[in-house]
Design a binder for this molecule. Structure first.
Ligand code: IPM
Ligand code: MG
Length: 400
């Protein structure tokens, strides 16, 4: 192909991307209100197993949720909807990140609890389809990825608000391979998209009394998109005089999370998608490993809660899936409860998880037959939840 044709083809592709993004902005502008769960006749919770150990651990999380919600379920209709089909095999069969019928079922839910899904990489036996995670975040417009990280002994209490639909991910699978020598990807920032995530972070800082927001970009180099993100932050900050805020560049922020003198000063952190992806893995590792963190993906109409570890296909191949640790997905279930305002249940579940997984450890999940099964661990959690002295027991361990 000659140079003129190459450029024409790239321009056409680029034009389509801009059109898609302008449509997306219209869609965002039309969605002003958050759903009000208290006004629903029936609350539908989708249970999506995903791949590998996913169906095993989500089933345990569902048991714990049903247990915790048994009283509530006498007052309001809560329907659990198990959704199969978000497996790599089925996605490959339809050559889609989320097959149409699965997407339709997801859209019938209000809340989704999701196990891990395999993300094909270049070189895998699967076609290189888009990650189911990324697709779900986009399809259901789950713009806020909220990831809490706690390190009690250092008084660290971080809540990351990672933008979840834009940045390097918006058209991450739609870059242009111009010719053999030239590949171009795009990063997308919109006013609307920045506004809603930064506002969510400031609202959270105000609501929780943390009153401190750190905005992270690389606006000194990525001037147009990150520059806009930072401008929007400045604008929003002026509407929250009681909330202190500062801005950091991602490189030095990554370093400062390792600085014991500095790091417990961070409280609420808001940042574009890719920086958030990286920084939250670092933060989770400091808490005890990426598998220990939960992740909430929140939009105005839908919300999805997930474990952030992988699908461990080897455990299934070796017949050990029933020994997989359900802690992370059960934490995610706790975030689901918190999100719909069931704060009491959420707090209890957090305490039970701390007691069973960190402090008391009467049963330990090792991933093998040397340890407890996921079902036994879930039983242990439910027993602990039934203890009237749960709170005292938890305080004894934490000394506060
Ligand atoms: C995460 C994961 C995903 C992401 C992957 C699986 C596509 O790393 O949830 O942080 O990059 O967002
Ligand atoms: Mg990640």
């Amino acid at each position: 192909m000659n140079r003129g044709d190459m450029i024409a083809r790239a321009k056409e592709h680029f034009g389509k991307l801009i059109e898609e993004q302008l449509d997306r902005i219209e869609m965002m502008k039309s969605q002003t209100q958050f759903i009000d769960y208290s006004k629903l006749d029936t609350l539908v919770i989708g249970i999506v197993g995903g791949d590998g150990i996913g169906p095993y651990i989500t089933a345990q999380a569902q048991r714990v949720l049903e247990f915790l919600l048994q009283d509530k379920m006498k007052q309001i209709n809560i329907e659990f909807k198990v959704i199969d089909g978000l497996t790599i095999e089925n996605r490959v069969k339809h050559n889609k990140a989320i097959p149409d019928d699965v997407l339709e079922q997801l859209k019938q839910c209000h809340l989704i609890l999701k196990g891990p899904t395999t993300t094909p990489r270049a070189g895998d036996p699967w076609p290189n389809i888009e990650s189911a995670n990324v697709a779900m975040r986009k399809e259901l417009d789950l713009f806020a990825n909220v990831r809490p990280v706690r390190i009690p002994q250092e008084k660290i209490n971080w809540t990351f608000f990672r933008e979840n639909t834009e940045g390097a991910y918006a058209v991450g699978s739609k870059g242009i391979r111009v010719n053999e020598d030239l590949a171009i990807d795009f990063t997308v920032t919109t006013y609307e998209g920045s506004y809603r995530i930064i506002k969510a972070a400031f609202d959270y800082a105000r609501k929780t009394g943390a009153n401190k927001v750190t905005v992270v970009t690389k606006a000194n180099v990525v001037k147009t998109t990150d520059g806009m993100f930072l401008d929007v932050a400045r604008e929003i900050a002026s509407e929250y005089p009681e909330v202190e805020w500062d801005d950091w560049y991602i490189d030095i922020m990554t370093a400062k999370l390792l600085d014991p003198k500095r790091r417990n000063q961070f409280k609420v952190v808001v940042l574009p998608n890719l920086y958030g992806d990286i920084l939250t893995d670092e933060a989770a590792e400091l808490q005890g490993g990426v598998g220990t963190a939960g992740s909430a993906n929140i939009g105005k109409r839908y919300a999805m809660f997930e474990a952030i570890h992988g699908s461990a296909p080897r455990m299934v191949e070796e017949g050990r899936a029933q020994y997989a640790d359900p802690s992370s997905i059960i934490r995610a279930a706790g975030m689901l409860l918190e999100h719909i305002g069931y704060t009491d249940e959420a707090r209890k579940l957090d305490m039970a998880l701390d007691i069973c997984g960190t402090f008391e450890r009467k049963l330990v999940v090792t991933g093998r037959s040397t340890g407890a099964t996921g079902a036994q661990f879930a039983d242990y959690i439910m027993e602990t939840l039934s203890d009237n002295n749960l709170e005292e027991r938890w305080r004894e361990f934490t000394n506060n």
